[in-house]
Design a protein around this ligand. Sequence first.
Ligand SMILES: *Cc1c(COP(=O)(O)O)cnc(C)c1O
Length: 734
Amino acid sequence: MASTDRLYDQLMEIAFNLWWSWQPDVPEIFRDLDELMWRQVNHNPVALLRRLGKAGIAERAQSAALESRVLYAYHRLQEYLSSRRNWGDHHGGPLKVRPVGYFSAEFGLHESLPIYSGGLGVLAGDHLKSASDLGVPVVGVGLFYAQGYFRQVIDANGWQQESYGGSDLTQIPVEPALTPEGAPLLVRVDTRSGPLFASVLKVRVGRSLLILLDPSVKENNPADQRLTTHLERLYGGGQRERIRQELLLGVGGLRALRAIGIHPAVLHLNEGHCSFVTLEAMRQAMREQGMDFRQAMAHVSERAVFTTHTPVEAGHDRFPAELVEEHLGPMRDELGIDPYTLHGLGRIRPEDPHEPFCMTVLALKTCQRANGVSHIHGGVSRAMWNGLWPQRQTHEVPIGHVTNGVHVATWLAPQMRRLYERHLGRDWMERIRRREVWRAIDLVDDGELWETHRYLKELMFDFVKRRVERQSLARGEDAGDIRRRLGKVNADCLTIGFARRFALYKRAWLLLNDEAWLEKLLCDPERPVQIVYAGKAHPQDDRGKEIIQRIYRLGRDPRFEGHILMVEDYDINVGRHLVQGVDVWLNNPRRPLEACGTSGQKVLLNGCLNCSTLDGWWAEAYDGLNGFAIGSGLVHRDPSFQDQRDGSDLRTVLEREVVPMFYKRDARGLPREWIARIKHALRSLAWRYNADRMVVDYTTTAYLPAGGATTSVLPDQSDLDLPTVVQWLARYEM
Ligand SMILES: *Cc1c(COP(=O)(O)O)cnc(C)c1O
C-alpha cells in the first residue's frame, strides 16, 4: 500500500506541473492507465487520477509496468526543476529573484485548461514554456475563466451552436495562492460602483509560474449574477464586463503578484487587454517611492514592454469615457490626476472628448518599448499608430517587431522528435536556435522522413475519423451514412489542412468559391485531394457561421464525400493532431491583416509544407523553395478585387505546383522534390521560428534593457548567457 501511495503522489505531482504535457513519454503513461477515460477527461491527468483513485492505480500498476516509468518521469521532473539553470524556488515561498511579469488575457497551455481562444493565448502559453526551458524568469499573470471559451457544436443544419462548460477547481492543475502568512489570497479592486474581488490560483508551467485571478468568489455582489457569469467567460460579455475583466487582470494582477511576494523587474503586456497594469505600477511607485505622477510614469514606462497583436481596427479594445471613469475613478484619485489626464492616456488626441479610451493607446503611452509580431506587422503597426507621434515619419514611429515562434516540444510529434534525435544529436532541442544544427537534416534518408510523415498522417486520420464519427452520431446522422463517407477517406491522398478561427479576414471560403474547379481538383481520379477543416466562428459572427455551414454542406455533397471533412470544436488538441499529420497547411489571410500566424510554424517542424499568402511570418520566411506562396504579396485597395485575385492565385499554385509535385514519385514511390522542399524548409526556417528564439529576442532586446542593463553587458544574442540575465533581472525592481 505504501508503494501505491507513493506512486499516486508522484503521479499527482507530475500532473500538477504542465511540464508533463511537452514530454514525449509522459502523456503515454496517463494514456496507458486508461485510454478511453484519458480521452473522456480531455487529456486532463488530474481528473484522470482522481477518477481512478489509488485503488484504480494499484490495479493497473502491474500491467503497464507503471512503477518504473512513473519513477523515471518523476526524477526527470525533479531534475528539470532543479537544473543548473534554476533561478527560483517555486515550491516553497515567494520567488527569490525578480522576474518579468508577463500579463495576458489568455494562456493556451493545454486543452485541459480552457482559458484561451486562439493564437494570442497559445503564444502566451508557448512563451511561458520556453522561458521555463531556457531559465529566463517569467511569471505569467492572467484570468481564470471558470466557463472558459465556448465549445462548438455544429447542428444538423450545419449551424454553429455555442455552449459553455464549467471548471471544477478540484479537477484541474491549479492551487490556491496564499499570502506569505499562509492565508488564501483575495485581491480587491475598487470602482465607483463598488469593489471587485478575485481569488488567486497558481499553475506550474515547468519552472515558470502562472497566476490566475478568479472572480468567482462569494465576495462579489451575488445580486449581480449576470455580471459574474460573464466574468467567467473569455470574450463572453459586453463592454462593461470586459472592462471589469481587464481591470482585474491589470490592476488586480499586479496586486496579486505583490501579495505573494513577487516584485517584477519588468512588465510585459501581451496585447492591450492588460494595459491598466501600468497605472497600478505607477500608483505603487508613487506610494512606495514618493514619486509624483510624472516621475512614476517615466519610471514605469522605462520598465514596461508592450506587444501589439492586431492590425484589425476593431480588434483594439475601446471604452466610452463613462465606463472608464466608473472603473478607474478610484485609481485616478490615487494617482492624483484629473479626468482629462486619465482619459488623455487612452486617446490619440487627448483634447477630443468624443474619442473613446483605447487600451492600445494607453499601452503605447505608458510603455517605452513596443513591438509587433512579424516584420510586416511592425510596419503595419507603425502606420496604424503614427497619429501618436504626428511629428514623425511612419518609419520613425517607435514600434519594432519580434516575430512569434512556437514551443517546439509542445507541437512536435514524438516520432519526429525521435527522428531529429537520431540525426541532429540528442541535445538538438537545446541548440535549436543554432543554424548549423539543421544542416544535418540533409543527411536524413528521404525514405525515413517520408515513412515517419506517412505514419503521422495515419494517426491524424484515426483521430479525425473518430471525432467526425462521434460528432455526426451526436447530430443524429445515420451510422451507415457516416461509415460510407468516412470509408472514402484515403491516407495516400494529398491532404490539405485548414484550421484557425473563422475570422473573416482569414477567408476560409477562398478555396471553395469555384465549385466546378473544386470538383476537378479534389476528385481527380489520378491525383485526388482531401481537405480537413476546423475552426470556430465568433458567437456574434453570422458570416463566419455561414462559411462553416457551407463547408458542412459540401462535406455531405455526394461529389465531395470523403474529400471535405470538418472537425468540430477546434482547440489545442485538434490543432496538435492536424499540424502533425497533414501534407500542406493552407493559410490565405487578406494581406496585411494576419499579424503573424503561428500554426504554419507548428506544421513546418512536423515535415508538412506551408502554402500561404505572403502575410505575417510567411512574408519573411518564404524563399521560393521552402513551401508555396499564393500570389506575389501585392495589396490591392479594393478588397473584393484582392479576394478575386488571391483566389485565382491559390487555384494556380495548387494546380500547377502543389498537386503535381506531391504526386511525382520515383521508382521507390518517394516524392523526391517534395521531400527536398520539406528538408529545405526545416533547414532554412526551424532555427528561427521557435519560441526559444522569440524569448531570447525579447530578453536581449527588451527585458534586459528595460530592466536597466546597459548595452555593453548584454549577452551576445547568439549565445544567451542565462546567469547574466538572472542577475540583471534580479537587480532591478519596479
Ligand atoms: C496555433 C494555434 C492558433 C494560432 O494559429 P494561426 O495560424 O494564428 O491561426 C490558434 N488556435 C489554436 C488552437 C492553435 O493551436
